[in-house]
Design a protein around this ligand. Structure first.
Ligand SMILES: N[C@@H](CCC(=O)N[C@@H](CS)C(=O)NCC(=O)O)C(=O)O
Length: 207
């Protein structure tokens, strides 16, 4: 066993990009599921550095903040850039994914009255990622460089979440559409994506 443990609610949510990375890199991990009532009543929230999950353990090493976890694993699996500049570009793209994730969360969970406006605005957000892809090997590879990086798993997760909620949202983005097909057909990732564990895990909380 790898000694990895993901502690999170029984959801894909903010832990799924970590799972995609681990699955594709051929790693195994344990899931420690926290039910909301236990989270609210127990000590877990108090113990969490910023009072939130996911929490990630690599043996005795404990880490919070999903993007820090992605970067940690990115360095560990050598998928965080081959030079300082390449790493900076990967960080930049990942920050762009985080910005969109926050807007998504606001529109879907906190201000549902803005959902239609958010959907109408999606092409403005996706066009940035389509352009980034087009500038790297004409969109035939990854976001940065010629091998996958932790930012690709983060973007893939966010795009898949959007597709589930807004099925036509990528219809005018051929490079992003092909990118999803290309990444999801990687053998180990495809095995994880087709696993019961993944399929049975809800994408977002039921409302
Ligand atoms: N910036 C944090 C955000 C984590 C976060 O928003 N976690 C939510 C679930 S997705 C949470 O723990 N909610 C319960 C709470 O805040 O009490 C990260 O990326 O890990």
């Amino acid at each position: 066993m790898s000694g990895y443990v993901i502690t999170y609610f029984p959801l894909r949510g903010r832990a799924e990009n970590i799972r995609l990375l681990l699955g594709d890199q051929g790693a195994t991990w344990e899931e420690e599921e926290v039910q909301m009532q236990d989270w609210k009543s127990g000590n877990l929230k108090k113990e969490a550095v910023f009072g939130q999950l996911p929490k990630f353990k690599d043996g005795d090493f404990v880490l919070y903040q999903s993007n820090s976890i992605l970067r940690y694993l990115g360095r560990k699996y050598d998928i965080a850039g081959g030079s300082n500049q390449e790493s900076a570009l990967i960080d930049m793209v990942n920050d762009g994914v985080e910005d969109l994730r926050l807007k998504f969360a606001r529109a879907i969970f906190y201000e549902p009255e803005t959902k239609d406006k958010y959907e109408a605005d999606l092409p403005n957000h996706f066009s940035a990622f389509e352009r980034i892809l087009s500038q790297n090997c004409n969109g035939t590879k990854y976001l940065v460089g010629d091998k996958i990086s932790y930012a690709d798993y983060n973007l893939l997760d966010l795009l898949q979440t959007h597709l589930a909620l807004f099925p036509a949202c990528l219809s005018t983005f051929p490079l992003l559409t092909a990118y999803i097909d290309r990444i999801t057909s990687r053998p180990k990732l495809s095995e994880y994506l087709n696993s019961d564990a993944r399929k049975n895990r809800p994408m977002i909380p039921k409302r």
